[in-house]
Write a protein of this length. Structure first.
Length: 273
């Protein structure tokens, strides 16, 4: 029989932890965009498997793996915050952290399974051939971009506003509030890029077509990537969108870690046998 386990104390410098998480995540996000530009689209290699791995716009590349892992780690940080809040705060505050933890847990699953894109496609398939005047077909005829935005943006927008309002009062320091607002701004900008990406080429709001018609980009794109300027701009917009979304998550993760270390400066786990 083993005797009682000796206590193990792990000291973590809270400020250094936040800075390390921020530096690693931002460095990785820059790396994914650079690999996409140089290795994938710049054709540093002709081996398709390597290029696909570095393609930041694909669902099975390094960037996608990082985004899913980061979101899952955020969810785990939030569930730990829930446990602490239940011990140190009111039930209402703990419930607010539960909502955020559930939301980011869902987003990690969604990033891996592409739930919102597939449900958006399902909505499109069901209502596209419906009778004229039906509410689903009317919405599809009105909305010019990806169907998932039509279905999920009201939900994501509501949760985004909740996140902003809840964290505004839970993180009273100015730096955290600045990071929260910047993160929400990153998500709004990323969704805006996705909206433009989903427009038909001839749509008056299609910025890629406008850029290629007003700037001499065709020669650069053909020489650098052997693809059209329109296709190149659309790809790098998608790659940039993914990186901006990751950066927004990085900012929120740092806010959550800062909040947790303030709530539980002396956090101890006791395993009861």
């Amino acid at each position: 029989m083993h005797g009682p386990a000796s206590p193990v104390l792990l000291e973590v410098n809270a400020r250094r932890l936040v800075l390390t998480v921020f530096a690693i995540c931002v460095g990785a996000e820059i790396l994914w965009f650079a690999l996409d530009y140089v290795v994938n689209y710049g054709r540093l290699t002709e081996i398709g498997a390597i290029r696909r791995m570095c393609n930041n716009a694909r669902e099975d590349g390094l960037g996608s793996w990082f985004a899913i892992t980061q979101t899952w780690m955020i969810a785990m940080t939030l569930w730990l915050t829930v446990a602490v809040a239940r011990k140190t705060g009111s039930s209402g505050v703990a419930a607010g952290w539960v909502v955020l933890a559930m939301f980011f847990t869902y987003m990690a699953i969604d990033d891996g399974a592409k739930i919102h894109e597939r449900l958006g496609t399902t909505f499109h398939v069901i209502h596209r051939e419906g009778p004229d005047g039906a509410w689903g077909k009317t919405l599809l005829d009105f909305f010019p971009s990806y169907t998932w935005q039509l279905v999920f943006l009201p939900i994501f927008g509501t949760l985004g506003l909740f996140t902003l309002g809840f964290l505004w009062f839970q993180t009273p320091d100015e730096l955290s509030r600045f990071m929260i607002v910047t993160a929400i701004g990153c998500f709004v900008f990323a969704v805006s890029l996705d909206f433009v990406e989903g427009l038909d080429r001839e749509h008056p709001l299609n910025l890629y077509r406008i850029a290629t018609e007003n700037f001499e980009l065709e020669g650069w794109a053909r020489e650098s990537f052997r693809k059209s300027a329109y296709r190149s701009l659309r790809h790098f917009s998608k790659s940039l969108e993914e990186c901006i979304e990751m950066f927004g998550n990085t900012l929120l993760w740092c806010v959550f870690i800062r909040n947790l270390t303030h709530r539980a400066a002396d956090l101890r786990f006791v395993f009861v046998r």
